[in-house]
Design a protein around this ligand. Structure first.
Ligand SMILES: [Zn+2]
Ligand SMILES: [Zn+2]
Length: 77
């Protein structure tokens, strides 16, 4: 796999980013799990996950008082 610029207009498999836990690639249009805690949603370094189990895996490090997640569809940034 090559890293670098992809043509957003013509490439149907646009990568949104990688899962913050397992580093699996998340494509635009795919399901995305986002932590609802504000410290996990910093503008410069937002966390997102490919599955609830990966979200689960970040909890021991994050130590949220009231952890929750939302499901959304990955969109072009
Ligand atoms: Zn993952
Ligand atoms: Zn979190």
């Amino acid at each position: 796999m090559t890293k670098g610029r992809t043509d957003m207009a013509t490439n149907p498999n646009v990568a949104f980013g990688v899962c913050s836990v397992c580093r699996k690639e998340i494509l635009v249009g795919a399901k995305l799990i986002r932590c609802t805690v504000s410290t996990c949603n910093r503008k410069r370094f937002p966390l997102y996950f490919c599955s609830p189990s990966c979200w689960d895996a970040h909890l021991p490090d994050a130590r949220h008082r009231d952890p929750a997640y939302t499901e959304e569809v990955a969109r072009k940034q």
